[in-house]
Write a protein that binds this ligand. Sequence first.
Ligand code: K2U
Ligand code: NI
Length: 183
Amino acid sequence: MITMDDIIREGHPTLRKRAKELTFPLSDDDKKLAAQLMEFLENSQDEEIAAKYKLRAGVGLAAPQVDKSIRMTAVLVPDSDGNPVFKHVLVNPKIISESVQKAALAEGEGCLSVDREIPGYVPRSNRIKLRWFDLDGNEHVERLKGYTSIVVQHEIDHLNGILFFDHIGDNPFDVPEGTLIIE
Ligand code: K2U
Ligand code: NI
């Protein structure tokens, strides 16, 4: 199972690389990694398991964060009852359109690969149209908005060597006009 020891941290060069596209059929190793990424998110959102293995809670984990520079990320966004709102391993994800309107989390963002608090709003597109492939190579297209859209954009950033604080301006709480602040 993936633990925090497997997650590389800020300063590791892999976090700043553009990850490579995957080709289908996926290798057994790629499929195993996909399962492990999602297993980490499930474990990290389970209070007992997270405490036992000292896991930081996560709603997304991208392959580059475990030093695999490939375009694959797991996303597990739960609702307030803990039921999955968006649960997918995204292969070769691509934002095919996005709203002009921005959104940012009121509490800012964190990152499993960044061991420090960096205050500030991270302006992202409030709505995106996302295309991705599942592990069998089937294409999916979905429109996402709000929190789920932000999580997916945070993860796709990891595939492009971008970290959340790259989006925080000189005035950390300045955002473009009309930005939706999500509590
Ligand atoms: O990619 C990662 O490091 C996982 C991040 C994803 C993320 C952080 C902030 C905003 C959007 C996505 C972790 O999930 S950070 C910890 C966390 C856990 C639950 C809810 C929000 C943030
Ligand atoms: Ni992150």
